[in-house]
Design a protein around this ligand. Sequence first.
Ligand code: AMP
Length: 361
Amino acid sequence: MPEVKLPPGSTIGILGGGQLGRMLAVAASRLGLKVHIYSDEANVPAFDVAAESTVGGYDDEAALAGFARKVGVVTCEFENVPAKALEIAGREAPVFPPPRSFAIAQDRLAEKDFVSGLGIPVAPYAAVDSLDGLREALSRVKTPALLKTRRFGYDGKGQVLIHNGGEAEAAWHALGGMPALLEGVVRFDREVSVIAVRGQDGEARFYDVVENVHQGGILALSRAPARISQSIAFEARRIAGAVVEALDHVGVLCVEMFEREGETPNLIVNEFAPRVHNSGHWTIDACLVSQFENHVRAISGWPLGATGRHSDAVMTNLLGADVEEWRTLAAEPGTAVHLYGKTDTRTGRKMGHVTRLFPKG
Ligand code: AMP
């Protein structure tokens, strides 16, 4: 991949127009860079803050090529971007992160094979392509186990819990008979994640490990730093470093892990996301340089920014009707309110977040 060095005034192309694209655009603007958002939907959150926007399908060759010709680099703010879209854009402009990072993260089986191939612990797993295959997998991966679709799963969607072998058939049909992965349920004390950023020159930096609370499969809260020992925090960052290095990744990447006190291994990787991540939103308010700015810096060939935190932080997502409390939250001292400009409030939809800052412990 050619080296990209974009001076202020240049334009970054972003595939996807959700809140992650919006926060990337705001970070880019602080550095004097502009963004051009490409989305398959109109009226998306990032359009409000973009210098230019295009509505087009991710299979629209002419629209994608026209968009990519107008920008200095193309990046992506959602994980399930079609490989074809990256390929078309890649003919006209450099693409960071490298498409391979997306290809692996989009397929739970490829992801597990990749991570375990690096010698990093993952949950026991087996590929499942048929009901008979599921029965066979259940003889190797002990119950309770989760049957997860290989592709297009997020926020806990596309997965079914299997308590015993008798539930195999119902589980297989519940997922619509799609290629899947059977994964042993891991007992854990905490879910933690590490946000890493890697530059085009291979330099990698890491934010403090955070602790995440999910509700109904959706991230509810992230606490920075995680209440874990220094040695486990060190190991978590080492694992994230091994992943970005092996991918030759450029940009931000988040590795999600299960932490188990007093057990071996202490950390088990669940998955990684080759993009800015909800569990890194706290970095906007608690760090000098946020995950969004560092992603922009990495893909634009700027020096990476400081990842240290100046405050402890608790980030809480505003899901669905939570956002109606915006006025009360805005009056709270020590609280930063971030709203994504979404007008349609649906249950569980990420409408915004708040970050509460505390003196560094
Ligand atoms: P995922 O879609 O893989 O991120 O899973 C969503 C959530 O389900 C995770 O954040 C965990 O809370 C839970 N989960 C996923 N896989 C496992 C596992 N193997 N063992 C225990 N909990 C899991």
